[in-house]
Design a protein around this ligand. Sequence first.
Ligand SMILES: NC(=O)c1ccc[n+]([C@@H]2O[C@H](COP(=O)([O-])OP(=O)(O)OC[C@H]3O[C@@H](n4cnc5c(N)ncnc54)[C@H](O)[C@@H]3O)[C@@H](O)[C@H]2O)c1
Length: 315
Amino acid sequence: MPEIPVLHHDAVLKAVSPTKAIDRVREALLRFHAGEWAMPPKVYLESPPFGDFRAMPALGDGLALLKWVTSFPGNPQRGLPTVTGVICISDATTGEPLMLLDARSVTALRTGAVAAVAAQALARPEAKTVGIIGCGLHGAWAARCLAAVGYGPGVCYDPRTAAANALAGELDWDAGPRESALRSLIVCCVTPGSEIVVDAGDLRPGLHLNMLGADGPGKAEASVGAVASCALFCDEWEQASHGGELTGAVQAGLVSREQVTELGAVLAGDAPGRPGAEAVTLFDSTGLAIQDLAVAAAALEAWRAGRVEAQTVVL
Ligand SMILES: NC(=O)c1ccc[n+]([C@@H]2O[C@H](COP(=O)([O-])OP(=O)(O)OC[C@H]3O[C@@H](n4cnc5c(N)ncnc54)[C@H](O)[C@@H]3O)[C@@H](O)[C@H]2O)c1
């Protein structure tokens, strides 16, 4: 019976720094764009009225990954995290399981990391200021990853003022109202996606929007009109058009495939990025299993190199 390492939440965060996660997520987007990494569509398993489970597979660099993860929006009221679950990485040659990892920390790191990758690729080159709308778990990691690669100062907005103040205090940024956050050149929306936080009137020339919260059917953070008036980018078209920020505008017939560029194509130099200094760019992040594979593979390497300790289980 194989004995395999298990990395808990803090061990994952010790194994993979934000800058490492950013580099690895960028690389994963490039490898997927080049057709070298595979990612079947994620499967949603609704658990009404509580939330949903997602099964997310990916294959690349000799590894296969499955993430079994939740989005249960009512959980914080019960003192439980919205996102929780487990990741298994296996050897793609033999099929043997190689490691189990906490999914919450991997998800937080890779989601924060893609916000930084998108900002580096799509925001104005001189843009530094950051607005965070929604300062929960993933808003905080988007802010930490952006700060790790030199962005800031920022304005943190959350109706839970304690969450906004805590994040602002951690990064030496400011807490403020939504309108102040929206005056930044890079704005990340990371709310539950149950109400609109960006309308067409909020868009200012030169803005870059990272829309991270709407990662499943029925969620939106920007009005359809706002989405339709931006230069549009996404992590992956199928996910973004069916369960992302772009979905409403696609369903309304306002946005079609040829108007949206995948971030991997921009990173590879196969498609243009920001159309001009005055354009408003919008990146729709729905969350990809290849991002999880990127971070989980880095964690496996860290354990193999002795940089982090793991518990073990015999299956
Ligand atoms: N794109 C991705 O890859 C990805 C990955 C993980 C999670 N998500 C999604 O991101 C969203 C946030 O997840 P989380 O784990 O950070 O949740 P969370 O509950 O920790 O944080 C959400 C925060 O949004 C705040 N909020 C609620 N309404 C708001 C509003 N109108 N304006 C500003 N802030 C508001 C809440 O007070 C809370 O602090 C969820 O919808 C989740 O499914 C996306």
